[in-house]
Design a protein around this ligand. Structure first.
Ligand SMILES: Nc1ncnc2c1ncn2[C@@H]1O[C@H](COP(=O)(O)OP(=O)(O)O)[C@@H](O)[C@H]1O
Ligand SMILES: [Mg+2]
Length: 232
């Protein structure tokens, strides 16, 4: 069963079409390393999947439903979650307020991850409950961003460069957490990363984008053996 499928997706800004003919499908539980140079179109692809940017062509199917005309909140309710480039936390609210505000949006139905669940998964956040989110260390802010992304019942995480600014041991811890979540809850993740080595440790599939188009799609070992690997 395919959870998310992009078919012939195109999107852009103003007169400029930035991504074209982007097609791939992901199974539940799969972790995709979505790689490419700066400006390749990775963020544009994630924004289009999330509904922040309208597609200019192509189809998006999530859980068997066409979603390209649904607004962001409908896509969130279906289980799509974006951890945006540059975090996506409320820096002036406390850790507890961040979690409460986002949890309050996810009303109705039994949540896979409620407030108590995210504190259990990220004990550091429990310790830092009263702390202003903007005063947390980079690693703790990123843990909070991931906690906010999984509140409710996520099924597909779109993670846009989550390791930026983190020390290597924190990157490893964050990525292990992503992998554990995907394995234990059949959650799918698209991981956009400049830290290719770290991404490759948890990926079970690799797509490389160049100039708005997919130039490689395959298994991690195939990616390492491909011509496009020199590229990094
Ligand atoms: N809001 C925007 N308005 C106009 N052009 C943009 C905007 N965001 C990105 N672009 C352009 O789209 C291209 C792809 O950008 P992006 O998707 O952010 O790439 P990546 O995430 O792979 O670095 C770049 O040429 C970038 O300059
Ligand atoms: Mg980007």
């Amino acid at each position: 069963m395919t959870l998310l499928r992009l078919s012939g997706l195109a999107a852009g800004y103003g007169a400029k079409t930035v991504i074209a003919d982007v097609s791939f499908g992901l199974e539940p539980g799969q972790i995709l390393a979505f790689l490419g140079h700066n400006g390749a179109g990775k963020t544009t692809t994630l924004k289009t999947v999330m509904g922040l940017l309208p597609p200019r062509a192509g189809e998006l199917v999530f859980d068997g439903q066409r979603i390209e005309r649904l607004d962001v909140s409908r896509r969130v309710a279906m289980g799509l979650r974006l951890l945006p480039e540059g975090r996506g936390i409320f820096p002036d609210l406390s850790v507890a307020e961040n979690i409460d505000v986002v949890a309050a949006r996810n009303v109705g139905g039994a949540a896979m991850f409620g407030i108590a669940d995210v504190y259990r998964l990220f004990p550091i956040l429990e310790e830092r409950r009263p702390t202003r989110a903007g005063s947390l260390s980079g690693g703790q802010q990123q843990m909070l961003a991931l906690a906010l992304a999984i509140l409710g019942s996520p099924r597909c995480l779109l993670l846009d460069e989550p390791s930026i600014g983190l020390a290597p041991n924190l990157v490893e811890r964050l990525f292990q957490q992503v992998r554990d979540l995907c394995r234990s809850h059949a959650m799918t993740a698209i991981l956009v990363e400049q830290n290719v080595a770290a991404a490759m440790q948890i990926a079970d599939r690799v797509i490389i984008m160049n100039n708005g188009r997919i130039v490689f799609d395959g298994l991690p070992h195939e990616a390492r053996e491909s011509n496009f690997w020199n590229y990094f």
